[in-house]
Ligand binder design. Structure first.
Ligand SMILES: [Zn+2]
Length: 90
């Protein structure tokens, strides 16, 4: 096992985001009221199910991770990206 730390090649920030699509989000609704003809509420608990990874990107500048021009969209590809970008650490 090797620890890796993301550093954005474009802006230097360190937070990586996983972007998923086709996700089913279930929300528990609370504090419902009617305002101007619409229900207004607070969502107090959300769960996510299913979904597939679309891409990984820098949280700061939205730089999308690619290998040879192909968008990285799974954890195996993400491992390759870290190796190819020499971001393997300690
Ligand atoms: Zn960035």
């Amino acid at each position: 096992m090797k620890n890796v730390e993301f550093t954005c090649p474009k802006c230097g920030e360190i937070h990586l985001e996983e972007i998923m699509v086709d996700v089913t989000v279930t929300s528990m609704m609370s504090d419902l009221c009617i305002e101007d003809g619409f229900v207004n509420c607070r969502y107090i608990k959300q769960t996510n199910e299913d979904g597939i990874v679309d891409h990984y990107r820098c949280e700061n500048c939205s730089y999308v991770l690619t290998i040879n021009g192909d968008i990285v969209n799974d954890l195996e590809g993400l491992a390759r990206w870290f190796v190819e970008n020499e971001q393997i650490g300690y």
